[in-house]
Design a protein around this ligand. Structure first.
Ligand code: HPA
Length: 276
C-alpha cells in the first residue's frame, strides 16, 4: 500500500543517513528521560547527530531536551543514545513519537533501555528512587501500531506479555544494590498529559495496579516489542503523584529531583551495559 511504501522509504533514508555517520552499527538503544541526559557524556568515540539533520525525524520542542542521537560505545557495547524524546503531549502523532525506535530497528538495534521521570503512586516509593518497570498500563487512549501493519517490521498482533524482558529485569535487579539502589519494581501507567493527574485519577490508577505515572515510554516500548527488541525500563521517581502528599506538583520539582539523581542513574545505566 502507498502509506506502507512511504514509511519504508522514510526509514530507509534515515537509516542510510545514520549508517554513513555512525562509527559502528549500534546493538543497544538508550532513551534518556527528562533531566537524565548526562549519560550521553559517557559515550566513547561519540558521533552526535542532531534530530533536525536526520531525514524525516520530528523536530523536538521541549526545553531540557538536547534533541540529538549519540552514537559510540559504552563498556565496549555499541550504542545509540536518544538525548531527548518526542512526547505525545507535544502534539506529535504516535508514529512520530515512535519513529526513532523504528530507525533503531532498521539500524539493527536488538535491545532498548528506556528511562523516564515519573510520579510515585506506590507509597513505598520516594522522590529520587530508581524503579525498574515490570509492566505498564496504556491509558494514553491510543496505540502506535494502529493502522495498516508493516509486516516486514513486526506482527499485526504482537504479544506484550513480557514487554519488559524478564531476564533483563532479573539482571538489573541483581546489580541495583551495587549502585546503592533499593531493588524495586513497579507498574508504570502512561497518561497523555500534559496536565498532571488529578488525585482521583491517581486513586483510580492505584486501584488498577499502577505504582508510578508518567507521560512517555509506553509508545516506544510497544513499538520496540513489535520490532522484536528486548526492553528494559527504568523510572526515576521525581515527585509523589497528585494527592499522595498534601502538596502541589511542579515541573521544577520534577527537574530538580532528576538532576539530583542523575549521577546515581548514569552509573547504574553504565553498569547495565556490562550485564545486558
Ligand atoms: N505525573 C505524570 N508525569 C510525570 C509525573 C507525574 O506526577 N512526574 C514526572 N512525570
Amino acid at each position: 500500500m502507498f502509506s506502507e511504501m512511504k514509511m519504508e522509504h522514510k526509514l530507509e533514508e534515515a537509516r542510510s543517513y545514520l549508517a554513513e555517520r555512525a562509527p559502528s552499527l549500534p546493538e543497544l538503544g538508550i532513551i534518556l528521560g527528562s533531566g537524565l541526559g548526562a549519560f550521553a557524556d559517557l559515550v566513547e568515540d561519540r558521533v552526535i547527530v542532531r534530530y533536525r539533520d536526520i531525514p524525516h525525524f520530528p523536530i523536538s520542542t521541549v526545553e531540557g531536551h538536547a534533541g540529538q542521537l549519540v552514537f559510540g560505545t559504552v563498556e565496549g557495547r555499541s550504542v545509540v543514545v536518544m538525548q531527548g524524546r518526542f512526547h505525545y503531549y507535544e502534539g506529535y502523532k504516535m508514529q512520530e513519537v515512535t519513529f526513532p525506535i523504528r530507525v533503531m530497528q532498521v539500524l539493527g538495534v536488538k535491545g532498548l533501555v528506556v528511562t523516564n521521570a515519573a510520579g510515585g503512586i506506590n507509597p513505598e516509593f520516594q522522590p529520587g528512587d530508581l524503579i525498574l518497570i515490570k509492566d505498564h498500563l496504556n491509558l494514553m487512549g491510543e496505540n502506535p501500531l494502529r493502522g495498516s501493519n508493516l509486516s516486514n517490521l513486526g506482527p499485526r498482533f504482537p504479544d506484550l506479555s513480557e514487554a519488559y524482558h524478564s531476564e533483563w529485569r532479573q539482571k538489573a535487579l541483581a546489580i541495583m544494590q551495587d549502585y546503592e539502589i533499593r531493588p524495586q519494581e513497579g507498574v508504570y501507567v502512561a497518561m497523555s498529559g500534559p496536565s498532571y493527574e488529578t488525585p482521583a485519577e491517581i486513586r483510580y490508577s492505584r486501584s488498577v495496579g499502577a505504582d508510578m505515572v508518567g507521560m512517555s515510554t509506553v509508545p516506544e516500548v510497544i513499538v520496540a516489542n513489535h520490532g522484536g527488541m528486548k526492553v528494559l525500563g527504568i523510572s526515576c521517581i521525581t515527585n509523589m503523584a497528585a494527592g499522595i502528599l498534601p502538596q502541589k506538583l511542579s515541573h521544577t520539582e520534577v527537574m530538580e529531583t532528576a538532576v539530583r539523581v542523575e549521577k546515581k542513574f548514569v552509573n547504574f545505566v553504565q553498569g547495565l551495559m556490562k550485564v545486558l
